[in-house]
Design a protein around this ligand. Structure first.
Ligand SMILES: O=C(O)COP(=O)(O)O
Ligand SMILES: [Mg+2]
Length: 214
């Protein structure tokens, strides 16, 4: 079996660093700071959506998009791993899954360079056989093309997607994969509304959930 993971809100709690970067952009543009919960609610569909939602929320002009986007990318690249941490039990779960012979991949809406930088900063890069970001030609979840490409790079066969958001669930469904939902992430819908194949609140539950699907 191959297991494909989402990154932000699933493997790592990266919202505080994304929030800090966005607040630096807001300050530079003369706008008020936003609370963490607000910016966290904008995460999940990639940087363009994050920037557009922030601009709308700040009441800034839509034509400042390119500037805010570029400033955010620079600010976040600079502070990509100041406070970001892995979720409790995640590393042990990956250890279990690798020991059980599963192949592991990442399909994220985070841009490729930032995803690679963050995984390297956390010492996680070597754990995955394929990592695909959201700014490639394969599009962004809920478009399933990225997921299908990661599945191909992992060698095909049975796949499971593990994510935290409606975009993950949508992509998995369109790609014909089961979706296991981590409930501790950044979803803006209830678990019932997302209707995953299974949900887990703590990473220690994941290896058994995957073993049950073999
Ligand atoms: O960057 C985002 O908006 C979310 O990225 P994710 O797909 O890893 O959750
Ligand atoms: Mg996510």
């Amino acid at each position: 079996m191959s297991v494909i993971f989402d990154l932000d809100g699933t493997l790592v709690d990266s919202a505080p660093d994304m929030h800090a970067a966005m607040n630096r952009v807001l300050a530079a543009q003369g706008h008020a700071q936003m609370p963490l919960e607000q910016v966290r609610g904008f995460i999940g569909n990639g940087v363009p959506t994050l920037v557009r939602r922030t601009i709308a929320s700040a009441g800034a002009a839509e034509d400042c998009y390119d500037r805010w986007h570029d400033d955010y990318m620079a600010a976040y690249a600079e502070g990509i791993c100041e406070t970001t941490v892995t979720y409790d039990g995640m590393i042990a779960a990956l250890d279990d899954l690798s020991a059980a012979g599963h192949r592991l991949g990442v399909c994220t809406n985070k841009p490729q360079a930032l995803s690679d930088a963050l995984l390297a900063a956390l010492g996680l890069a070597g754990r995955f056989d394929a990592v695909l970001g959201g700014d490639t030609t394969f599009g962004r979840k809920p478009d399933p093309q990225g997921l299908i490409e990661v599945a191909r790079r992992l060698g095909g066969g049975p796949m499971i997607m593990v994510g935290d958001s409606p975009a993950d669930a949508g992509a998995a469904r369109s790609a014909g994969m089961p979706i296991l939902l981590y409930t501790g992430g950044y979803r803006d819908l209830s678990v019932e509304a997302i209707a995953p194949d299974a949900a887990f609140d703590h990473w220690s539950e994941l290896p058994a959930l995957i073993a049950a699907r073999l």
